[in-house]
Design a protein around this ligand. Sequence first.
Ligand SMILES: Nc1nc2c(ncn2[C@@H]2O[C@H](COP(=O)(O)OP(=O)(O)OP(=O)(O)O)[C@@H](O)[C@H]2O)c(=O)[nH]1
Ligand SMILES: [Mg+2]
Ligand SMILES: [Zn+2]
Length: 288
Amino acid sequence: MRKGLIIKSISGDYKVITENNEEFICKPRGLFRYKEKTPKVGDYVDFDDKTKTILKIHPRRNELDRPIIANLDKVFLTFSVKEPDLNLNLLDRLLAIIEYNDIGIVIVFTKLDLLEDKIEFEEIKTYYNKLGYTVYTSGFGLPYEEIKAEVNDNICCFAGQSGVGKSTLLNFFDHTLNLKTAEISEALGRGKHTTRHTELLKVGTGWVADTPGFGNVDFPFDDLLTLSHTFIEFFENSSACKFRLCLHLDEPNCGIKKLVEEGEILKSRYLNYRLFAEELKELQRKKY
Ligand SMILES: Nc1nc2c(ncn2[C@@H]2O[C@H](COP(=O)(O)OP(=O)(O)OP(=O)(O)O)[C@@H](O)[C@H]2O)c(=O)[nH]1
Ligand SMILES: [Mg+2]
Ligand SMILES: [Zn+2]
């Protein structure tokens, strides 16, 4: 029996790499299907190198369904400022989901070279940075050195909409990766994503996954208090609210709403929060 890390899933088979860099294509044992357990990229597994069978999946520290990956240390939330336009709704949604999963977060804004008026963007960037998230900006992958160094000793993934430049940036990390990239009009026109598979790639002393882009992700929870706690600045300032379990929606004397009015909390972030709260309420209505 050997131990390894799943670095790629290939239509039902899995590429497993061992500590001394031997690679094996393995099948999951039949019992997994019965137990509805599916190996994921990022899983540490025990496998038989003779029969090429995955015998056991080690307990996961965390896992995401979009992108499908396990045991992440860090997610690079990748957002272009143009083409496609900066999607703060998706950013706030992903921040909430990754916070909930307790995974490290790095925000990367791409395509700065396409932005003429940077004033509004600077405000947004400063805001997210002040929340405590590491924020990088790049234009055509540059400068990439600091972003690349974030991968060392970690299992990471690049996540974000199709066409924001995830594969482009990874190619800057290491030209030999040779990942396929495509014109956004081309990508959207075909209605397909350029990157189709999630695969962990060795970069420096860490692993990083290029993943297919996505437009929307469901919340892994449906209660409003959890949502309010994943908005870290709401959580940190909630002692300013009259009610201890204030959801910052229609309660009187809400400290968060006051901070929004005073311009201390980004308005778009609060409006997205309200939209997400409505979405969760709708989910609950359907469920019960
Ligand atoms: N102007 C500009 N174009 C960029 C930048 N980064 C990427 N692009 C272009 O954007 C297009 C899409 O880039 P990709 O790297 O394929 O995007 P992706 O996020 O990997 O997309 P999917 O694989 O479909 O999820 C390509 O034509 C890139 O050349 C940038 O910083 N500035
Ligand atoms: Mg790609
Ligand atoms: Zn409140």
